[in-house]
Ligand binder design. Structure first.
Ligand code: PPS
Length: 277
């Protein structure tokens, strides 16, 4: 069917639609790792962990563009791709069907990160509020205009259904990771990622990564690129970092409404999320 990215200037300003063709033709390598994330699922956190694993050091990643390479903007750095050292790590928020064909067809590595949709919508609200052409909505207005419409980047439900289905195919080279697992079981989750991308690791190395990438440390040490968009803005990339903040935002009625939609949209999708800590 017809695909609208968002009912607003978010995409037109950044011109992602113009880049989709370029994106599809990117020739990735079999050593490349694609971090595929639904927005606000812990992208920056997971990216930092993966950078440390890949570089085999617990230094914060300072290379790359402003923060890291978002493949949706590949048209801007296409000519620089060859200069990036292997193994390369890219991030992308777009749905699976927009990913580089070469990467997907060849079964190159993808780490797919998602988060319970209630917390990620709250995180999205606090992040987008008044930015990127999104109106300065109240939570209730955001709920009606964004959550119920669910058309940001093609929608969370579509995004999740498509990735979950693909990840469950035995031959797919997709490792699904949940924000909540990273939060509640960091050791085993990071170990799983390390094994998936074939990097050597010791228990101490993983423990050091957990410490360096704790919410407090990351908030203190990482540059918050969301301030580029609005310098007056509080840090919204590293905001609260908890499971269950949605309870402070969703009214009982909104929660019931959301659960009802979720049940309908996800009836054929085999995935569970954790909603409280
Ligand atoms: S973006 O803009 O889509 O790339 O944002 P993204 O990085 O995916 O998600 C931001 C949310 O991740 C939280 N975060 C963390 N949680 C726990 N531990 C650590 N170390 C961590 N780092 C980032 C961040 O606070 C945002 O969630 P909320 O709920 O808004 O706090």
């Amino acid at each position: 069917g017809e695909e609208t990215f968002i009912s607003g200037p978010l995409i037109t300003e950044h011109g992602i639609e113009k880049h989709l063709e370029t994106l599809r033709t990117v020739k990735t390598k079999d050593t490349d790792v694609l971090l595929c994330t639904s927005m606000k699922s812990g992208t920056h956190w997971c990216h930092e962990i993966l950078s440390m694993l890949l570089s085999q050091s617990v230094e914060y990643n300072t290379k790359g563009s402003l923060h890291h390479m978002y493949l949706e903007f590949v048209a801007y750095f296409m000519d620089k791709l060859d200069e990036v050292d292997d193994p390369r790590l890219f991030t992308i928020h777009l749905p699976l069907h927009h990913l580089p064909t070469h990467h997907v067809k060849n079964g190159y590595k993808m780490i797919y990160l998602n988060r319970n949709p209630k917390d990620r919508w709250v995180s999205n609200y606090t992040f987008l509020k008044g930015k990127l052409g999104i109106p300065d909505w109240t939570w209730d207005e955001f709920f009606d205009n964004m959550i119920l419409k669910d058309d940001l980047f093609g929608g969370w439900f579509n995004y999740t259904r498509e990735f979950e289905k693909a990840a469950h195919i035995k031959t797919a080279n997709i490792l699904p990771i949940k924000y909540e697992d990273l939060k509640l079981h960091p050791f085993s989750t990071i170990k799983k990622m390390a094994d998936f991308i074939n990097v050597s690791q010791t228990d101490d190395f993983i423990r050091e990564i957990i410490e360096k990438c704790s919410f407090d440390n990351i908030k203190k040490h990482k540059y918050d690129s969301s301030r580029i968009i609005d310098p007056k803005q509080q840090s919204t990339l590293f905001r609260k970092g908890v499971i269950g903040d949605w309870k402070n935002w969703f009214t009982v009625a909104q929660n019931e409404k959301f659960d009802e939609i979720y049940k309908e949209k996800m009836k054929d999708c085999d995935v569970d999320f954790i909603y409280e800590q």
